[in-house]
Ligand binder design. Structure first.
Ligand code: SF4
Length: 381
């Protein structure tokens, strides 16, 4: 079965597009992207992507995508003209019910605004910190002045276009950093619909990993995250996934599709796709993280295929389900594990409840989701 044939369009499809360009590389970042890219490389990337999108639209039988997300990288590097051509192609069978674009604060300007009336419904901005030293430590391209000016523009965009706004923040940077100050300043001065709050992790191969800075211990991280989570809930954000918070009705539907282990199609170098066979087996397609080979090879040639075995797919289902308030679908677990589930394997887990045949974490459960997943998987096999 070919890449595109493996998606069941009748079940609804979400689309992710990876834009592999950044102004400069942040010191902690392990995502695939290249900095300092030329207009001609971005144009070649655009042409290849549009060719692939054209083929994808051909299999959609007139259906639009359920959700779409243009991420990266920093899609703002493409500029409004290229971004509009991608958005037009994504919407050619209808505008997705949620269409997000990521953009860094220093890239947003008013020339992008019309795209939010015609195509995008949501902006996701990588703020990361409101502390000059922290931005420097993270190797961000935007200093505090540029970050705040991007934030102000995002507020104007939200007011004028009515789009949903999400900000990303990084916590647990070290004892020198006041985590609460960032979170409080952001929520008080820059209202948003959604927040993603991540702990800093040192990813192998990154400049920050080589510097090996002292980061908070696990207990200290627990302490910091508990305070941040409690504060955000007191501000009426729903904590609906380990790192994600939303105002009522403003969960990111695209990311919920990943966490509920639904099918999605990813385009662009470094993008992954997940498709399911009728028997529940899982196929993963990974576009090679190399924009040079992406533009020089034929459409849908620059990817690798991985068929997950039963244990691997069950592990993914359990891990994602327990980190998300949608919960672990127990019936689906039975289908994928090909065995009846003895409910006693869920006994003794603190912070989880069985609701409508789903094992759902409460706030304590979100804090211990990975350990709970390990315990369940250990009892399953
Ligand atoms: S802007 Fe985002 S994708 Fe680009 S280097 Fe920084 S963290 Fe990575």
């Amino acid at each position: 079965m070919s890449f595109l044939e493996s998606f069941d369009i009748s079940k609804g499809l979400s689309l992710y597009i990876h834009v592999p360009f950044c102004i400069s590389k942040c010191s902690y970042c392990a995502f695939y992207s290249r900095s300092g890219c030329s207009d001609s490389l971005m144009d070649s990337y655009l042409e290849r992507l549009l060719e692939e999108l054209d083929q994808v639209n051909g299999i959609m039988s007139g259906h639009g995508f359920d959700t779409a997300f243009i991420g990266g990288g920093n899609p703002g590097c493409l500029g409004p003209r290229r971004l509009e051509r991608i958005a037009q192609a994504v919407c050619s069978n209808g505008r997705p019910s949620e269409f997000s674009v990521e953009m860094n604060p220093e890239s947003l300007d008013e020339t992008f605004f019309p795209l939010f009336s015609d195509y995008f419904t949501r902006l996701s901005m990588g703020v990361q910190s409101l502390d000059e030293n922290a931005l420097d430590f993270l190797g961000r391209n935007a200093d505090l002045l540029k970050t705040k000016s991007g934030l102000k523009l995002s507020q104007k965009l939200r007011e004028q276009m009515g789009c949903n706004l999400s900000y990303d923040l990084i916590t647990c940077l070290g004892s020198w950093h006041d985590e609460m100050k960032d979170v409080m300043e952001l929520t008080e001065n820059y209202p948003s619909d959604h927040l993603s709050v991540y702990s800093l992790t040192l990813e192998e191969g990154t400049p920050l990993y080589r510097r090996s800075p002292a980061l908070p211990s696990e207990d200290e991280q627990y302490e910091i995250l508990s305070r941040v989570w409690d504060y955000l809930e007191a501000q009426n954000f729903e904590h609906y996934e380990v790192s994600n918070f939303a105002r009522s009705g403003k969960r990111c539907r695209h990311n919920c599709r990943y966490w509920a282990y639904g099918q999605y199609l990813g385009l662009g170098p470094g993008a992954a796709s997940t498709a399911f066979s009728e028997d529940g087996s899982v196929h993963r397609y990974l576009f090679r993280p190399d924009v040079g080979s992406y533009v020089s090879s034929g459409t849908f040639t620059g990817y690798e295929t991985e068929d997950l075995n039963r244990n691997e797919s069950v592990e993914e289902l359990v891990l994602m389900g327990l980190r998300y308030k949608g919960g672990l679908d127990i019936k689906r677990l039975e289908t994928m594990a090909q065995k009846a589930i003895d409910m006693s394997i869920f006994e003794g887990l603190n912070g989880f409840l069985v609701i409508d045949n789903h094992l759902v974490p409460d706030n304590d459960g979100l804090m211990t989701a990975d350990a709970a997943a390990e315990a369940i998987l250990g009892k399953l096999y």
